[in-house]
Design a binder for this molecule. Structure first.
Ligand SMILES: C[S@@+](CC[C@H](N)C(=O)[O-])C[C@H]1O[C@@H](n2cnc3c(N)ncnc32)[C@H](O)[C@@H]1O
Length: 317
C-alpha cells in the first residue's frame, strides 16, 4: 500500500472512531472475535472467567471479591491522570472487575500468537523466554525482586518460580488486578505450583514507597507500552532509587525495532491506539538513552521473541 492510501485509511479510521456508536460497535465485534479465537485455540475464556467470577460454583459475581479488594486497596493512593482512561477496549480502563477477571485469559489469548503453534502455551513461553535471558545474564541470583505493573500476577508468578527463594513484591495501580493476583496466588500455592508467596503493593510504580537501595532486581514486564513518556521517565528514576548499587533493572517489552512493528502500516497503529493510548509515545522513546540519563550504565538488549526485547540496565556499584 502506498503512503497516500495509508494516510487516507488512517484518516478514515480516526473519523470512524470519533463516532461513539460506531466505535462501540467495532469494539464489541473485536471483543467477540477475540473470545471466539481464544476458545478455538484452547484458552477457555468464557469458562475461566465465569469460574473466577463465582469462585465456588454459583454463576453470580462472588461478593468476597469486594471484601478482599477493600483489604488490598490503599485508599490514600491518588491515581495519576493518565491512568484514568480506557485501556484495552474497557471503558473503565484497568479499574474494574471485568478487566481484572479477564486479564489473565486475555494475556494467554494474545500471547498464543507469538509462536507458530498458536496455542495456550504461548504465554508461558513468553515468560520463560524473558527468564532465560535473566538467568543467563544476571551475575547473581537476586534475593529481593520488585515486579512493577504486575497486573494479575502472571509475570510475578513466573519470577517467583525462577527464583523460588526470593522475596518478591508485585506493585500495581489497579486494586482489582491485585485482588485477582492474590487469589490466583493462593490457588497456585494450594496446587504447589508456587512454593513461596509474593507480596502485593497497591501503589504507582513511580512512587512505590519502598526504601532506597533495598532491592536487587526491579523487573517491568509489558509495562512501558502502557505509559506516557513522563511516567516512563519517573519510573526509571524510581527503579534507580530503590535498587541497591550493582542491582539490575530489567524491562521486557514490545520491540519497536522488530520487523513486525517496523512494517506495521500507520492505520494499524491508529487502531491499536484506541486500545493502547500511549503506544506511540512508547515507540518514540529511546529507552536506552533514558536509562543512561537517569544514572544506569549502558544497557544491553536481547530479543526474546519475534517482537519482544529484554533490556537490562545496571545501577553502577
Ligand atoms: C500489560 S499489563 C502487564 C502485566 C504483567 N507485568 C505481565 O507481564 O503480564 C501492565 C500493567 O501495568 C499496570 N500499570 C500501568 N501503569 C502503572 C503504574 N504507573 N504503576 C503501577 N502499575 C501500572 C496496569 O494496571 C497493568 O496491570
Amino acid at each position: 500500500m502506498n503512503a497516500i492510501a495509508s494516510r487516507s485509511i488512517t484518516r478514515l479510521i480516526n473519523g470512524a472512531l470519533a463516532i461513539k456508536p460506531l466505535a462501540n460497535f467495532a469494539k464489541d465485534r473485536a471483543r467477540n472475535m477475540m473470545i471466539k479465537r481464544a476458545e478455538s485455540i484452547g484458552v477457555y475464556w468464557l469458562d475461566e472467567v465465569a469460574q473466577l467470577r463465582a469462585r465456588d460454583g454459583d454463576a453470580a459475581f462472588n461478593p468476597i471479591w469486594e471484601q478482599e479488594r477493600a483489604e488490598i486497596c490503599d485508599r490514600a493512593l491518588t491515581y495519576p491522570n493518565y491512568y484514568l482512561t480506557s485501556f484495552h477496549a474497557y471503558e473503565e480502563g484497568n479499574l474494574g472487575w471485568e478487566p481484572a477477571l479477564e486479564a489473565t485469559v486475555a494475556a494467554k489469548a494474545v500471547h498464543a500468537r507469538l509462536w507458530p503453534e498458536g496455542d495456550a502455551r504461548g504465554d508461558i513461553r513468553l515468560r520463560q523466554s524473558y527468564l532465560d535471558v535473566l538467568l543467563e545474564q544476571l551475575p547473581q541470583t537476586p534475593e529481593t525482586i520488585v515486579d512493577l505493573g504486575c497486573s494479575t500476577g502472571l509475570s510475578t508468578h513466573a519470577l517467583q518460580q525462577a527464583y523460588p527463594k526470593a522475596k518478591i513484591i508485585g506493585v500495581e495501580l489497579s486494586d482489582y488486578f491485585l485482588t485477582v493476583a492474590n487469589y490466583q496466588t493462593n490457588v497456585a500455592l494450594d496446587s504447589t505450583q508456587l512454593t513461596n508467596s509474593p507480596q502485593w503493593l497497591h501503589a504507582a510504580a513511580e512512587n512505590t514507597g519502598l526504601a532506597d537501595s533495598s532491592v536487587d532486581l526491579v523487573s517491568a514486564s509489558l509495562l512501558f507500552h502502557e505509559l506516557p513518556t513522563s511516567a516512563a521517565l519517573e519510573i526509571i528514576r524510581e527503579a534507580y532509587r530503590i535498587l541497591r548499587p550493582g542491582g539490575h533493572f530489567t524491562i521486557m517489552e514490545m520491540n519497536p525495532q522488530s520487523e513486525v512493528y517496523k512494517k506495521l502500516p500507520a492505520y494499524v497503529l491508529t487502531l491499536l491506539k484506541s486500545t493502547e493510548p500511549y503506544l506511540d509515545q512508547y515507540f518514540a522513546l529511546d529507552l536506552h538513552q533514558a536509562l543512561m540519563e537517569r544514572g544506569f550504565s549502558q544497557p544491553s538488549q536481547a530479543t526474546n521473541t519475534s517482537r519482544h526485547r529484554v533490556v537490562i540496565a545496571q545501577k553502577p556499584a
